[in-house]
Design a binder for this molecule. Structure first.
Ligand code: PRP
Length: 564
């Protein structure tokens, strides 16, 4: 038997000297800011009964929680979040205390992560909760504390984006649609996937609601986003203008708080829409590809624990702040001759192979000097002359990984890989090139659906195939194949294949026929979530350039002109 006695589980790590020092330095700095503002520390147990989180299953999916049982067989979980246990604790141990209550905490949370993506399963979080106060000033207090703390922990520019999740919740409550469709709309707004959002809302008889939902993900930026939202919502619903005014009130006092230019609006910020109730925000800094700060108002949460208390708060990812500190100290210590050169302002990961030629031609048509891409030899990192753009050539799946981690700001990759791999990033543009279709195919002249027993399906896309057959309620056995999948039925390893079909000649030449088409595929532009906030101008310029030369109707991002 293999003994795992010398390694740590995936997503966890031993922390050595400088890592502990960096984490302690961040915690110390945050602690002094929080304590100075009158917040007092609490700690909740690492183990909680599963029930504490089960009424909030919508907030934390059970499959992402580590579970175990106690000595009476009761289901327990290692806490995936601190706010829910703090709500439990406040509703019970602190019941009757004078309000508002100001709490801070520094403790780990544990979330199961997808395999092999370099994501942490154990995250040190530090945050504050202001409980029992619903006044405007309490939101300002929390936002100011978040900005002050972020400023204290970041030597590079940072951004906080604010949104109002009540707007999204209100529109969803007015929309007459099945839960599954609403789930899809939520996902497309969160991912700024304009094309897919358009598709799902296309033909909706509730044209006004559909218009407003379609607009949400593009209503981001400065005060102009608020103005646009005002004119869009005016006269269409009684509640929406009030929510916008609230956001506007917050936005207007930013100069007084010395936060002008550091905070942007994003009405498409719908993260955990069921947990938060109104103001929501996230914080980004240049050293991290993901948000380092997340928070908002959650007035409904205490009801799960029998209390009715308004509350607001935020949590920092201390590990991300500590990583930023380690990088900064290393850069300061490096002898000047070995100091890393300033990284490109915009790094774009392009999928090599099939898509490469078409995308390079689009870049050329948009006015970029792509000579270096045409005569690249074996080089993989290619700066575009006359710009601050660097192109990275990578395999499709790696394009997504690089963008998700923030080492590349933008990626161009096929929807086939996106559908298979998932991940957290914005999918802002359908480039209209690299068009093909996912299909189920089998040997010509055979009846695929005939016979009993589960069919064997060979594919490079096991997730896409599994979820498609699941949606048909059909049991299949999936076999992963890395390439030339058409071989599998010919060698009688499989009854059928799920693969992409472009011209259909590979199928024809190998005696296979399409049984059913599954979905269309084309090249997409994806963007790292932090880059979208920190480099919006550069990304808008690139997207506008590509829109202006891209074939097809679906490619126009609302708000971006075809002729910049
Ligand atoms: C893709 C796909 C099919 C073929 C379809 O393979 O997996 O095999 O292209 O194209 P067609 O309909 O125009 O014939 P790819 O060339 O990417 O190679 P791989 O199978 O080795 O991954």
């Amino acid at each position: 038997m293999i003994r795992n006695d010398r390694i740590t589980p995936e997503g966890t790590a031993d922390m050595l000297f400088s890592e502990c020092e960096a984490q302690n330095a961040v915690i110390g700095r945050l602690r002094s800011i929080f304590e100075e503002k009158g917040y007092r520390e609490v700690r909740t147990p690492g183990l909680e009964f599963f029930d504490v989180f089960s009424s909030n299953a919508a907030y934390y999916r059970p499959e992402s929680m580590y579970k175990l049982t106690d000595n009476r067989g009761r289901l327990m979980t290692v806490r995936p979040d601190s706010t829910i246990p703090i709500a439990r604790m406040t509703a019970t141990k602190l019941k009757g205390c004078e309000l508002p209550i100001r709490i801070y905490y520094a403790q780990q949370v544990f979330r199961m992560q997808p395999e092999l993506q370099g994501k942490r399963a154990e995250i040190m979080q530090m945050g504050i909760e202001l409980i029992g106060d619903s006044a405007f000033d309490s939101d300002v207090e929390i936002l100011t504390a978040a900005a002050e703390a972020l400023e204290a922990c970041s030597s590079s520019p940072f951004r906080i984006e604010i949104g109002h999740v009540g707007i999204f919740n209100r529109l969803m409550s007015l929309l007459d649609a099945e839960a599954e469709e609403k789930e899809r709309i939520y996902g497309h707004i969160a991912a700024k996937n304009y094309a897919a959002l358009n598709d799902v809302l296309y033909g909706s008889p509730q044209t006004e609601i559909a218009d407003m939902l379609r607009a949400l993900p593009r209503l981001f930026g400065g005060v102009e986003a608020l103005k646009e939202a005002h004119s869009l919502f005016r006269g269409r619903d009684a509640e929406l203008p009030g929510m916008l005014e609230y956001l506007e009130r917050i936005y207007k006092i930013l100069p007084e708080l010395d936060l002008d230019g550091k905070i942007m609006i994003d009405l498409g910020l719908v993260n955990q829409a069921e947990y938060y109730s109104s103001l929501v925000f996230k914080g980004y800094m240049a050293s991290s590809g993901d948000a380092v700060l997340s928070g908002g108002r959650y007035d409904g949460l205490f009801k799960d624990f029998g209390e009715d208390l308004p509350a607001t708060g935020f949590a920092f990812n201390v590990d991300a702040l500590a990583d930023g500190r380690i990088k900064r100290l290393a850069a300061e210590d490096a002898p000047s001759a070995t100091k890393a050169t300033e990284p490109a302002r915009l790094r774009i990961a392009l999928t090599k192979g099939r898509l490469e030629g078409e995308v390079v031609s689009m870049l050329e048509a948009a006015g970029y000097d792509v000579g270096v891409l045409r005569s690249k030899g074996r080089r993989l990192l290619l700066p575009i002359p006359g710009t601050n753009i660097e192109i990275v050539l990578a395999k499709a799946a790696d394009v997504i990984t690089y963008v998700e981690h923030g080492v590349c700001d933008v990626g161009v990759v096929g929807k086939d890989t996106i559908a298979e791999q998932g991940g957290v990033y914005y999918e802002i543009l359908d480039l209209g090139v690299g068009q093909c279709r996912f299909a189920l195919a089998a040997r010509a002249g055979t009846d695929f659906y005939e016979g009993l027993g589960a069919k064997r399906i060979a594919t490079k896309y096991p997730n896409v195939a599994a979820s498609w057959f699941e949606s048909k309620g059909m049991d299949v056995q999936i076999i992963r194949i890395e390439g030339s999948v058409e071989l599998a039925p010919l060698l009688e390893l499989a009854d059928g294949i799920v693969d992409i079909v472009e011209t259909g000649s590979t199928l024809r030449e190998n005696g296979l026929d399409v049984i059913e088409y599954i979905r269309p595929v084309s090249a997409r532009m994806i963007v790292n979530v932090a880059s979208m906030k920190l480099k919006k101008k550069e990304i808008d310029a690139l997207a506008s350039g590509l829109v202006s030369v891209s074939p097809g109707q679906k490619n126009v991002i609302p708000g971006l002109s075809r002729n910049p």
